[in-house]
Design a protein around this ligand. Structure first.
Ligand SMILES: *Cc1c(COP(=O)(O)O)cnc(C)c1O
Length: 393
């Protein structure tokens, strides 16, 4: 079975590029050039250099002694929380801004919900001296003030999306409109393994540095490059794809994606796409998404802003359909408790997205010598207010 993208941009039944005709030239320019550019020696060298010196890679693969005792398995934490800006998202924005430069672009646009991708984009634009415009729902701007100010400090223009419910999908629409009107000098940085082909494949390749490092680090620490489990949370699915990528063909490695169940899968307030979703078109690709009988996208809910997405990347829809990966969902309450547990067991306060992956350890049955790699996608600093409001610690 092949899990990577095919010639026409599909992962099995999912993927493709369902875009308005007006966007076709932009996406086609990317599709025709992304592999040739990213496989050049000079591109790879600059990407590696920035990942090392600017982001701080390789991130440690940390053997978590006390967590291992708790779960009676050998638990390793891949410390993406130690990346510059506090999460894995920067791996992708560095890759895409280098690609934009190689394509001769001088301006960057992005859309953001919680603001994390906006901050990662504003960061690399400052690094490269590129003009940066980030679209954000007006309501989201009010909810995520610190990230709005971070972007502004970094020199980005944050533009409120005032249409619809004034949230992520409205910001996406405005970013698309901007790109249609500025096709020659502008690159659109998408923040997860979502969107029309080639974005999911491109983002997966940039994030695959995570599993590449895990392999090398496991050889050093255990003598064996492959773990028994890889566990990661899934919003759009980029940190999970980065952690899964180099293990996709090792069928004995169990890949576990963890989604947000919000108040519970049956509560009407969740983001558990694999449990509730049906095939449909979202953000330019065919994937699983939460929708009503007549195909209206259902507004997702999760306590964690980064998992609050009504779909998943098409590659995850394919991994789900082929059963190459298993998907678990975790409620707000379970995630918050797991966040406190990790803080007290290992001295690491995780992002609430990541806390969902940690909570999944409770749902899995391990043998004593199983090697479990958990992708610690981000740090909890940004979520302090949510921890405080939840209050049970
Ligand atoms: C954005 C974010 C996620 C979710 O995005 P993916 O594309 O699914 O990885 C997960 N964890 C953290 C810390 C994030 O910031």
């Amino acid at each position: 079975m092949k899990y990577t993208v095919d010639e026409s941009g599909f992962y099995g039944n999912f993927g493709g590029a369902y875009i308005p005709e007006m966007l076709y030239p932009n996406v086609e320019e990317l599709r025709l050039n992304y592999l040739a550019i990213t496989e050049q020696k000079s591109f790879k060298e600059e990407f590696q250099h920035l990942l090392k010196e600017f982001v701080g890679r390789p991130t440690p693969l940390y053997f978590a002694q006390r967590l291992s005792e708790r779960y009676q398995a050998l638990v390793y934490l891949k410390r993406e929380d130690l990346c510059h800006t506090g999460a894995h998202k920067i791996n992708n924005t560095i890759g895409q801004i280098l690609l934009a430069k190689a394509l001769g672009k001088s301006k960057i646009i992005a859309e953001t919900g919680a603001g994390q991708h906006g901050v990662a984009t504003a960061t690399v634009c400052a690094l490269m001296g590129m003009d940066c415009t980030v679209y954000m729902g007006k309501l989201d701007m009010e909810r995520q003030k610190p990230n709005v100010e971070r972007m502004r400090i970094l020199g980005a223009r944050v533009v409120p999306a005032t249409s619809g419910n004034q949230i992520l999908k409205d910001a996406t629409n405005e970013a698309m409109r901007h790109w249609i009107n500025n096709p020659t000098d502008t690159h659109y940085i998408i923040g997860s393994v979502v969107g029309p082909h080639p974005y999911p494949d491109m983002v997966a390749r940039f994030q695959s540095v995570i599993s590449q490092e895990i392999k090398t680090q496991l050889i050093d620490q255990t003598g064996n490059p492959t773990p028994d489990y890889v566990v990661a949370c899934v919003g759009g699915g980029s940190n999970a794809m980065g952690a899964f990528y180099h293990f996709l063909q090792d069928e004995h490695v169990q890949l576990i994606g963890v989604e947000a169940a919000g108040h519970g899968v049956d509560s009407g307030e969740s983001a558990a796409t694999t449990a509730l979703g049906k095939p449909g078109i979202l953000h330019g690709s065919k994937t699983l998404l939460m929708q009503t009988q007549d195909g209206q996208v259902i507004e997702p809910y999760s306590i964690s802003a980064g998992l609050d997405y009504p779909g998943i990347g098409p590659i995850h829809a394919h991994l789900f359909e082929t059963e190459r990966a298993s998907f678990i969902n975790i409620t707000d309450e379970e995630a918050m408790q797991a966040g406190i547990m990790l803080s007290r067991t290992e001295g690491i306060i995780p992002a609430i997205e990541t806390a969902h992956a940690i909570a999944a350890l409770d749902k899995l049955q391990f043998d004593k010598d199983d090697v479990v790699v958990l992708n610690l996608s981000g740090r909890g600093d940004k979520d302090l207010e949510t921890y405080i409001r939840w209050g049970k610690y």
